[in-house]
Ligand binder design. Structure first.
Ligand SMILES: Cc1ncc(COP(=O)(O)O)c(C=O)c1O
Length: 432
């Protein structure tokens, strides 16, 4: 190329949760069966979409209009359904005009950062979900700025650190919350959310809340959506059906803008995102047609409750088993279907090993020299036991050493066995 074609932020786009799959596939090719505890696709882990949801999809698929474009912002009836559902919760009151559909929440995430002024920064949680942190870093061509979630305090955010960083950096224009959180399974208590909204109000910021797991919060978690705490502060809630229905292949997610009328530049920013969407025409039509029928059905919330009860049970079991290893620290998940285990400081060294075949060693060897301490453990766990999890450091931009795994395994005995194998592997690795 006669001139550099690479975007300055290109090196900031990384997604270890997918990269580790490549390594897993190579280990699998050696004949080792792999337990894929890494990727958050319920369908890939054999969860069954209920027959009645599939019936709605079939019925809508039979309609000729399903094959057409939908309006840029999304189908009117669907946006009205969502606005009404939100308004019934009694917090923020919105209209269909405040809702904008995307081809999955991943697409919405790309758009909220790419339409932001390059100097304007969003501070997000750490451990960081890479789709947000990479897109934010790429838009500004700088490292993503984060506030810590503290594993010693049940993953509560460090609000002092958050405020100190905001005060010191006038480029920070927004606070990102992922609630329930990926990778920790943490659900922000209402009091914490109110304090974060208060910080945003005092410094003139917006709050962005990724709520893709909000309907997958567990019983007793106290989950509150941003709409119920936002008051008069500009905010964006992000939702989708990938995890809920679950239908990740539908590529269907949306933004809800709150309090556009309270800040002119926030309103202009929201409009610029809509205008960008116009250039792209629209989002997938079929899932939008199905959405109000599914969410409005009396079977929907009982169905979600049944699923989350299973995740909660597995989260408890995982803690029971892994916390028997004194060097491990964990907090039970309160929502979503992930949990994170953290190694005590100083527990890991770059000399530890698990027994692996020569062929498997040859696959992980090239990655070991540059591997962070938790990456090294994760590669050995994969090569030795055939269990694929995601390291916290490289996967979630964290200074903690640990790993994330999912609570999606449908077979509870298999899940328990996997947890026991991981616990035994940790002991063996630490003692090596
Ligand atoms: C926190 C969070 N936000 C957004 C997404 C993206 O979801 P979608 O399938 O709608 O693109 C994910 C997917 O794992 C996620 O975990």
């Amino acid at each position: 190329m006669r001139t550099n074609i690479l975007h300055p932020g290109a090196d900031k786009l990384r997604y270890e949760t997918r990269q580790i799959v490549e390594m897993g596939n190579r280990i699998a090719a050696l004949g080792t069966p792999i337990g894929w505890e890494n990727i958050g696709d319920p369908i890939a882990k054999s969860e069954q979409v209920p027959g009645w949801i599939k019936d709605f999809v079939r019925e809508e698929e039979g309609e000729n209009s399903t094959y057409g474009y939908s309006p840029t912002k999304g189908l009117d009836a669907t946006r009205e359904y969502i606005a009404n559902e939100r308004n019934l919760e009694g917090g923020i009151q919105i209209t269909a005009e405040d809702i904008l559909f995307f081809n999955g929440l991943g697409d919405a995430i790309t758009n909220i950062y790419s339409n932001l002024h390059p100097q304007a920064r969003i501070i997000g949680p750490n451990p960081a979900y890479p789709t947000h942190s990479s897109a934010e870093a790429a838009h500004s061509d700088s490292e993503h700025i984060t506030y810590k979630l503290n594993p010693n305090k049940g993953w509560e955010p460090d609000l002092e650190e958050l405020e100190t960083k905001i005060e010191a950096n006038p480029d920070i224009v927004g606070i990102l919350i992922i609630n329930p959180d990926n990778p920790t399974g943490f659900v922000y208590p209402q009091e914490t959310l109110l304090k974060m909204v208060d910080i945003a109000r005092r410094y003139g910021l917006m709050v962005i809340s990724d709520e893709i797991y909000s309907n997958l919060s567990y019983e007793g978690s106290g989950m509150k959506k941003l709409g119920s705490v936002i008051g008069d502060v500009p905010g964006i809630a992000m939702r989708g059906i990938s995890k809920e229905f679950p239908w990740p292949g539908s590529r269907c997610g949306w933004l809800e803008f709150y309090n556009r009328d309270r800040d002119e530049s926030f309103d202009r920013y929201a409009r610029s995102i809509t205008e960008a969407k116009m250039l792209e025409v629209c989002s997938t039509t079929l899932p939008q047609k199905v959405l109000p029928r599914v969410m409005g059905d009396s079977r929907y919330y009982p169905y979600l409750a049944e699923r989350t009860a299973k995740y909660a049970k597995k989260s408890k079991l995982a803690c029971e088993i892994l916390l028997k290893v004194p060097e491990m620290q964990m907090n039970e998940a309160r929502g979503a279907f992930y949990i994170t285990a953290v190694f005590a400081e100083g527990a890991l060294t770059n000399q530890q090993k698990l027994p692996v075949s020569n062929e498997a060693q040859a696959i992980i060897e090239p990655y070991l020299a540059d591997a962070k301490l938790d990456q090294r453990f994760v590669y050995y766990l994969l090569a030795s036991k055939g269990i694929c999890v995601v390291p916290l450091s490289s996967g979630f931009n964290s200074t903690l050493n640990g790993f994330r795994f999912t609570l999606l395994e449908a077979d509870e005995t298999k899940f328990e066995n996997t947890m026991t194998t991981i616990a035994e592997a940790i002991k063996e690795y630490l003692a090596s």
